[in-house]
Write a protein that binds this ligand. Structure first.
Ligand SMILES: NC(=O)c1ccc[n+]([C@@H]2O[C@H](COP(=O)([O-])OP(=O)(O)OC[C@H]3O[C@@H](n4cnc5c(N)ncnc54)[C@H](OP(=O)(O)O)[C@@H]3O)[C@@H](O)[C@H]2O)c1
Length: 311
């Protein structure tokens, strides 16, 4: 089967021929139809989980994937051949990801059936980015009329987060450069702010003299986030998805939040699929690209929503 692999940490990804995996006890094999691309794919290729999880090489990249169960191992009780499923293809040992024609997952991993109304391409875009956005909104406990600034709003997580925060009743301020602003408005942003036009703090401080309530930051360095936190009033909420929050400094100002690690388990994924099936959340797909042409999008910057590989 064809797959996108790296042969060692920090190697350049390549398309390679790999053996079709066989499911062992309590595991299923998925014939993948689509795989969502995330910044974490490049981080894994670079070795972010080296020493955290065992890895097999060549390491097949890709976490998010959707497809049809083509084989089940002994003692599988939750799934059957033919089920259309979406999940996170990251269980130990790492290296058996979703950028492949087939992958095997334990049946108790993050793996759920896809409602008929949702195409596999849309489902594959959900687990990491949509799940993280849902986790952020749940953790912050947004209340109607909260003012929420989303930094990095135009990418995968942000394009879900703008929608979910708006649905929760917040006044959403989204960062966006140039033509991306219109898309943010359509997804539910009340205001957009162009971070390339000058420091965000300077652009927003005058409009919010009492401070904003919640900052969700998906991109900033610790130094940049410390500066932006000055926009949030004492007692407010700040979350980073890139580990940039200094939690001691937050507590000193009686603030909530911290560095979020998305749990991304099956019940949350099923809830998100339900919201998409009900039409409450739009899956923001920017581009679909065949697997064999996917090397150029791994680790790419400047995302406008989600990129999905078709398999
Ligand atoms: N902790 C967790 O559990 C968790 C879960 C999911 C994701 N993450 C991490 O969260 C980050 C975001 O993920 P993602 O999937 O949304 O990434 P993404 O799809 O690549 O989106 C990032 C977006 O940020 C914009 N951006 C870049 N620099 C910016 C700046 N200085 N100010 C405002 N916007 C900026 C980019 O567009 P422009 O450059 O064109 O402006 C892009 O649209 C990644 O580092 C990812 O690994 C963590």
């Amino acid at each position: 089967m064809r797959a996108i692999v790296v042969r060692k940490f920090a190697a350049t990804p390549e398309v390679a021929e790999m053996p079709v995996p066989e499911p062992g006890p309590r595991a299923v094999r998925v014939q993948l139809e689509a795989a969502g691309v995330n910044p974490y794919d490049q981080k894994m290729a670079d070795g972010i989980l080296d020493g955290v999880l065992p890895h097999d090489f060549p390491m097949i990249l890709g976490i998010d994937g959707a497809g049809i169960i083509s084989s089940v191992g002994p003692e599988v009780s939750r799934f059957a051949v033919g089920d259309r499923v979406v999940g996170k293809f990251l269980t130990p040992p790492a290296g058996h990801g979703s950028f492949a024609e087939y992958s095997v997952l334990p049946e108790d991993a993050t793996l759920v059936r896809i409602p008929d109304a949702i195409p596999s391409i849309a489902a594959a875009a959900l687990p990491t980015a949509g799940g993280t956005a849902q986790d952020l909104v749940d953790a912050a406990k947004i209340e109607p009329d909260h003012t929420v600034l989303i930094v990095g709003a135009t990418g995968g997580v942000g394009s879900f987060l703008v929608q979910l925060a708006n649905t929760a009743g917040a006044h959403v301020i989204a960062t966006a450069r140039g033509e991306a602003a219109d898309r943010m408005t359509r997804l539910g942003a009340a205001e957009t702010v162009d971070y390339s036009a000058g420091p965000l703090r300077a652009q927003l401080a005058a409009a919010y003299p009492d401070g904003i309530d919640i900052l969700f930051d998906l991109v900033s360095s610790p130094e940049a986030l410390a500066d932006l936190t000055g926009l949030v009033h004492d007692g407010g909420i700040v979350y980073s998805t890139v580990g940039a929050v200094d939690e001691d400094r937050l507590r000193a100002r009686d603030m909530r939040g911290g560095n979020l690690q998305s749990s991304g388990r099956a019940p949350e994924l099923a809830r998100l699929l339900g919201r998409v099936a009900d039409g409450d959340v739009v899956v923001p797909i920017d581009a679909t690209i065949p697997l064999t042409e996917g090397l150029s999008v791994i680790g790419a910057t400047g995302a406008r929503g989600k990129t999905v590989l078709t398999i």
